[in-house]
Design a protein around this ligand. Structure first.
Ligand code: SF4
Length: 460
C-alpha cells in the first residue's frame, strides 16, 4: 500500500504534545489525590464498574544496564537483596489491594512491564506469580502478558512463563543495525532475537509482539528498511513501532545520544511512512497511531468493531476492564480516577509498612474530563467520531460544546488531515501521522498551559 502523504504539510505539525495514554495526562495528576482517595474510589468501583472485570499491571523496575533512549521508570541495579526486598513489598501491596477489591471481580488481563521482568530469577518469578494467583481470581481466557528483554533471558525463563500460563510475549528489539545499537547502548544480535522468537513458538505461546523504535540516532530510510525486512521475516503477530521521545531535559541520560545523529522530523516521517507501507504490504493492519497486527488478531478485530481502547499499556481490546497497577510509578485507571504510585522505593516501603496504598499523585475526573477522554479515545483508536453518539451519551450539543476545538481543527482540515462533517469527524490517511495534534484540539488542560515543551515529546 503506497501512502499518499505530503511530508511538507505534515512536518509543520512537529511540536510538543501528549501521547494520550490517559486524559487528563499524567502532568496534571496532583498530590491532593492521595491513598485515602484511591481507597474510596476502589470501594465505589466495586459497585459502579461497568462489568467488574479487572486488568492488573505489575511494574518490575530493575535492569542490569541502561539503554540511553530509555523513557521508562527504571532502576539500574544488580543487587539481589534490593530486588528481593522490592518483591516482598510488592506482595504487601497485593495483599492490601486484595482486601479492597471485591472478591468476585475477575482478572481478564494481566501485564508485567518494567524495567525488565525477566531480569528476575525463575524462583522469584514463580513466587510472585503464585502470590498474585492466590490473591485474585482469573477468567479462563485471561490475557497474561510479559515484556521480555532477550539479552537477559536464561534457558529456564520461557518454559517457566509458559508453564505459569503467560500467553503473550512482547520482545524489545528497537533496531537491528549495529551502529544504532552501539549508540543506544543496547547490543542485541539479530540471531538472538530470531532464536528466542522461534523458541517461544515451539513452546506454544499463542501471541508474540515485537517493539521497534523509529527516530533513533543514525537511522536512515535504508537502515530502517533492513530492520523492517528482517522483522517481517521473523513474522510476529503484533508490532509496536514507537516514535522515539527525545526529552533530555526530563531524562538526563538521553544527553549521551548525539543530537546531530538524530533523524530530522522529515526523515522520521519518511521512516514511519515506509514502515506503514512495508508492514501493510506484508499483511499487517495498521492499528491506532503506532501498532500493527495480523488481520485475525484481537486488536484488528477491535478496531473494526470500534471497541479499541487506549491506556498506559498502549492499545487494548478490553475496554471495560479497570486497571489496577502495582509497583513503583505504576498508574491505575478506574472509570473516574487515575492514581499513580510513588516513584521512590523507600517511600513505597514506608507507605506499605503503614498499611497505606502507595499512591503519590492522582486525579478525580470531572464530567468534562470523561467526555473529552471519550472524544480523544475515539479519534486515536477508531480514527473517527460520530457526533450524535457523543451527544446522546453525554447529553451535550456537540458543535456548541466543542466550538473552540472545531475552530482549532480548521487549519488541519484545510491541510487535509481531518474531515469535519455535520455528523462526523474523520481522521484522514494523512491525518493519522499527526493524530496527537488532532486530539490536542480537544485537550482543555493544554489551553491552560503557557509552554508544553518542558513536559512533552514532539508529535513527530
Ligand atoms: S531494557 Fe527497557 S527499561 Fe531497561 S533500560 Fe533498556 S529500555 Fe529501559
Amino acid at each position: 500500500m503506497k501512502l499518499n502523504v505530503n511530508l511538507d504539510i505534515l512536518k509543520k505539525y512537529s511540536r510538543p504534545g501528549p501521547r494520550y495514554t490517559s486524559y487528563p495526562t499524567a502532568p496534571h495528576f496532583t498530590p491532593e489525590f492521595g491513598p485515602e482517595d484511591f481507597e474510596r474510589a476502589i470501594r465505589e468501583s466495586n459497585h459502579t464498574a461497568e462489568n467488574g472485570d479487572i486488568s492488573l499491571y505489575f511494574h518490575f523496575p530493575f535492569c542490569p544496564q541502561l539503554c540511553y533512549y530509555c523513557g521508562c521508570n527504571v532502576i539500574i541495579s544488580r543487587n539481589e537483596t534490593r530486588i528481593n526486598r522490592y518483591l516482598e513489598y510488592l506482595k504487601k501491596e497485593i495483599q492490601l489491594l486484595r482486601r479492597l477489591i471485591h472478591p468476585d471481580r475477575k482478572v481478564t488481563q494481566m501485564h508485567w512491564g518494567g524495567g525488565t521482568p525477566n531480569y528476575l530469577q525463575p524462583q522469584q518469578i514463580r513466587t510472585i506469580f503464585q502470590a498474585i494467583r492466590d490473591a485474585f481470581p482469573f477468567t479462563e481466557d485471561a490475557e497474561i502478558s510479559v515484556e521480555i528483554d532477550p539479552r537477559t533471558l536464561t534457558p529456564e525463563h520461557l518454559p517457566l512463563f509458559r508453564e505459569l500460563g503467560f500467553n503473550r510475549l512482547s520482545f524489545g528489539v528497537q533496531d537491528f543495525e549495529h551502529q544504532v545499537q552501539v549508540t543506544i547502548n543496547r547490543l542485541q544480535p539479530e540471531d538472538m532475537t530470531r532464536r528466542v522468537v522461534e523458541e517461544s513458538r515451539a513452546l506454544g505461546f499463542p501471541s508474540i509482539n515485537v517493539d521497534l523504535i523509529y527516530g533513533l540516532p543514525y537511522q536512515t530510510e535504508e537502515t530502517f528498511q533492513r530492520t523492517i525486512d528482517k522483522i517481517i521475516d521473523i513474522s510476529p503477530d503484533r508490532l509496536a513501532v514507537f516514535n522515539y521521545a527525545h526529552v533530555p531535559w526530563l531524562k538526563k541520560h538521553q544527553r549521551v545520544i548525539p543530537e546531530e545523529a538524530l533523524p530530522t522530523p522529515e526523515v522520521k516521517l519518511r521512516l514511519f511512512k515506509m514502515t506503514i507501507e512495508q508492514l501493510t504490504e506484508a499483511g499487517y493492519v495498521f492499528i491506532g497511531m503506532d501498532h500493527f497486527a495480523r488481520p485475525d488478531d484481537e486488536l484488528s478485530i477491535a478496531q473494526k468493531t470500534r471497541t479499541l481502547y487506549r491506556n498506559f499499556q498502549g492499545y487494548s481490546p478490553r475496554a471495560g476492564a479497570e486497571v489496577f497497577a502495582l509497583g513503583i510509578t505504576s498508574i491505575s485507571q478506574l472509570q473516574r480516577i487515575y492514581a499513580q504510585n510513588v516513584k521512590d522505593t523507600r517511600r513505597y516501603e514506608q507507605l506499605l509498612d503503614a498499611g497505606k496504598i502507595p499512591t503519590h499523585v492522582g486525579i478525580a475526573l470531572t464530567d468534562d474530563d470523561v467526555l473529552r477522554r471519550h472524544v480523544i479515545n475515539e479519534l486515536m483508536c477508531n480514527n473517527r467520531l460520530q457526533k450524535p453518539a457523543v451527544e446522546a451519551r453525554f447529553r451535550i450539543q456537540f458543535d456548541q460544546y466543542f466550538a473552540d476545538a472545531l475552530e482549532a481543527l480548521k487549519p488541519l482540515q484545510a491541510d487535509g488531515l481531518v474531515e469535519l462533517d455535520s455528523d462526523e469527524i474523520r481522521v484522514t490517511e494523512q491525518g493519522r501521522f499527526v493524530v496527537r495534534n488532532i486530539a490536542m484540539a480537544f485537550d482543555w488542560y493544554l489551553k491552560q498551559e503557557s509552554s508544553t515543551k518542558a513536559i512533552y515529546s514532539k508529535t513527530i
